[in-house]
Design a protein around this ligand. Structure first.
Ligand code: ATP
Ligand code: MG
Ligand code: FE
Length: 337
């Protein structure tokens, strides 16, 4: 089964052709990061307009790179939520038009299921069940992947998502958007034990996260230094912040992998690209006898290959969407609309 998948939920316009959920034939990502950097974050209206400009060229390139024509495509897949409604709508409208004109089945995909499925591409032998840590710009979920497309959410953030915390702290220290990769890089020059930040935990919910406290502590630290006219060592500051976030993520993910008896842990989402998170999890998993799965950088942040992987498992289960498919900006994980 060869699926052409479209992703436009945020600021990447992407199209990929994926065979049997595991093999990427082509993958094209047009990122708008350079455009939104000027504004310090994603401007939804601009994102929608850029998706409209980019979507047809991106699809054309995916077909050309694969050396394929529409005859080679068995189904069209598209992210229909969660995400920015105006951004999602561009991909959804495009996918519906293609499915109708070409008389091909249409499969709507949950963006976060896509992130998780990036692991199926990176590790062709990985099969559920496994424990999962989803850490992206808008989500922080600890889950059990019970089967393809079947999830149990065990923990979640009570406030900011991990990626959101990275982006806000980066902005506060003047690193710009997107903050994650910049903090990752600068942290390598800093001392992660220079500043002690709180490791928040939620009472009675050992698997839940809270990052707004760490973020506020960083902002307070900056304000106090400014008041005292003290120079801040930015590398030390962001390295210490990163360590606090990574500690919180790693301790709970390892706890789940151990206590659930699943013995396998996969990470997913943009923050899964973080080098400190990867190194720390790899070490801890090794210590505990847990198999660790982590997608390569381009599969962590938004792309359409991961959507094609998730779509395949929906397709073989019989999931088909009609031309009434709509964008669902707050679609829940595991929810089917
Ligand atoms: P969601 O997937 O929740 O809808 P999104 O699609 O905007 O949100 P992703 O593309 O999955 O998010 O990831 C982007 C996020 O990942 C940003 O917050 C970015 O700062 C963060 N990120 C990317 N690379 C790194 C890194 N190396 N270290 C930490 N964070 C990173
Ligand atoms: Mg993005
Ligand atoms: Fe994403």
């Amino acid at each position: 089964i060869t699926i052409l998948a479209i992703e436009s939920s945020c600021d990447e316009t992407a199209c990929a052709i994926v065979k049997n959920g595991r093999e990427v034939i082509s993958s094209v990502i047009n990122t708008q990061i350079a455009i939104h950097t000027e504004y310090g974050g994603v401007v939804p209206e601009i994102a929608s307009r850029k998706h409209i400009e980019n979507i047809n060229p991106v699809i054309k390139k995916a077909l050309a790179d694969a050396n394929m024509t529409w005859d080679d495509i068995d189904a069209i897949a598209v992210t229909y939520g969660p995400g920015l409604v105006g951004a999602l709508l561009v991909g959804v409208a495009e996918a519906k038009a293609l499915a109708w004109a070409l008389k091909k089945p249409l499969v709507g995909v949950h963006h976060i299921e896509g992130h998780i499925s990036a692991n199926f591409i990176e590790y062709p032998d990985l099969k559920p069940p496994f424990a999962g840590l989803v850490v992206s710009g808008g989500h922080t979920h600890l889950i059990k992947v019970l089967d393809y497309g079947e999830y149990e959410i065990v923990g979640r953030t009570r406030d900011d998502a991990a990626g959101e915390a990275f982006d806000k702290v980066a902005r506060a220290v003047g690193l710009g958007y997107p903050g994650g990769p910049k903090i990752d890089k600068l942290s390598k020059e800093g001392n992660p034990d220079a500043v002690q930040f709180p490791r928040a935990h939620v009472d009675d919910a050992p698997y839940d996260f809270s990052f707004s406290g760490i973020k506020s502590a960083v902002l307070n630290y900056i304000n106090q230094a400014e008041m005292k006219h003290e120079e801040i060592n930015r590398a030390d500051l962001v390295a210490s912040f990163q360590k606090a976030v990574v500690d919180a993520l790693v301790s709970r993910a390892i706890m789940l992998a151990k206590e659930s008896g699943l013995k396998k842990l996969a990470i997913a989402g943009g923050v899964a690209a973080n080098s400190c998170l990867n190194e720390t999890l790899r070490k801890e998993c090794e210590k505990e006898g847990i198999e660790f799965y982590s997608p390569s950088l381009l599969l962590c942040t938004d792309n359409a290959a991961m959507i094609g992987a998730a779509a395949y498992y929906e397709y073989i289960k019989g999931t088909r969407h009609g031309l009434d498919l709509n964008a669902v900006p707050n679609l829940k994980l595991g929810e089917r609309i």
